[in-house]
Design a protein around this ligand. Sequence first.
Ligand SMILES: [Zn+2]
Length: 351
Amino acid sequence: MVESSYSFILTLYKEDGDRLGEAAVEPDWGPAYEDARLTALRRGRLSPDAFHSDGVVQPIWDTKSGRPHVAGVKVALENVAAGPDPDADGGVIVPITYFRKLAEAASVQLVARGVLKEGDTFQYGVLAHEKNGCGGPSDDGSVRIREAGDPLPVHASALDPYLARSMVCGPDTTDDFPVFFPASMLERIAALVRDAGPCETGGMLIGRLCRDADAGELFAEVTAQLPAEHVQADSASLTFTGETWAAARDAIRLRGGSETPLGWYHSHPAKEWCKDCPPEKRATCSLECFFSAADQQVHATLFPHAYSVALVVTDGQRGLRFDLYGWRRTRILQRGFHMLRADGGRGEASS
Ligand SMILES: [Zn+2]
């Protein structure tokens, strides 16, 4: 639940500084709240039992222009332990670029009204005003975020043994918390993708969240993939249904309840999409590695936690490839992952 006693106003400017127009906006603070929770959890400042602590969003006033000009917002959590770093209340700072998508949407309105031409560049600023002088949801005029739910299952586990028997795949994104996939699971997923041929296929990823207190780091081990039998799939879309989630909850319960949904995977049958393209176009195909707007939508809606990841398996011209996407700060971007060899060297693709 989000309560706000502030209203946020976007102001759009031409490049020369002329004001184009204003729009009241209601930002979705969910990704910022999730980022604050994961950051505090990684730093060991938020107990997994208190993962559902309330969050509070406070405007940060621009130092030059002053109130009501906003330079960013700060998301602070209740029940966060003090730490040695300067942001002792465990909050995270969200820059003004958080409003960019809303500004782009507002610019579309201005184009429709003929105030702005399509393709013109513009700048934006954000103002925050208290909705009413007193009696708001919180007396300091902040935005309050609430979430109900169970404690997050986080296991105490050493990170080094995992690193010792894994190899890094994908881009080097060392600021992200490590995510481990067993090589055998990737092989199984590859087989499912090949079997699905021209159709998209996918499912849920469940696993364990672990924290190495000595290393001061959180990491995730994907322990199972649940092919989504209830997923409605064709060559270009994938839908998770209520049955998919019920099946995942059942599986977690049957496996002892220590796991949690970590994300999802799906395939991109790029070979099928490109079958009518000429060879020279295939050689530079941009469908080999991407996370579509629809993928972003699924991830943001169904897997909003900052630790949620999405594995994309592309069946393309150059064979199968695995790419992992996840939340970085408040955006969904490609990230690296670790492929785990089985104990005793089983499951290793090559020596
Ligand atoms: Zn996709």
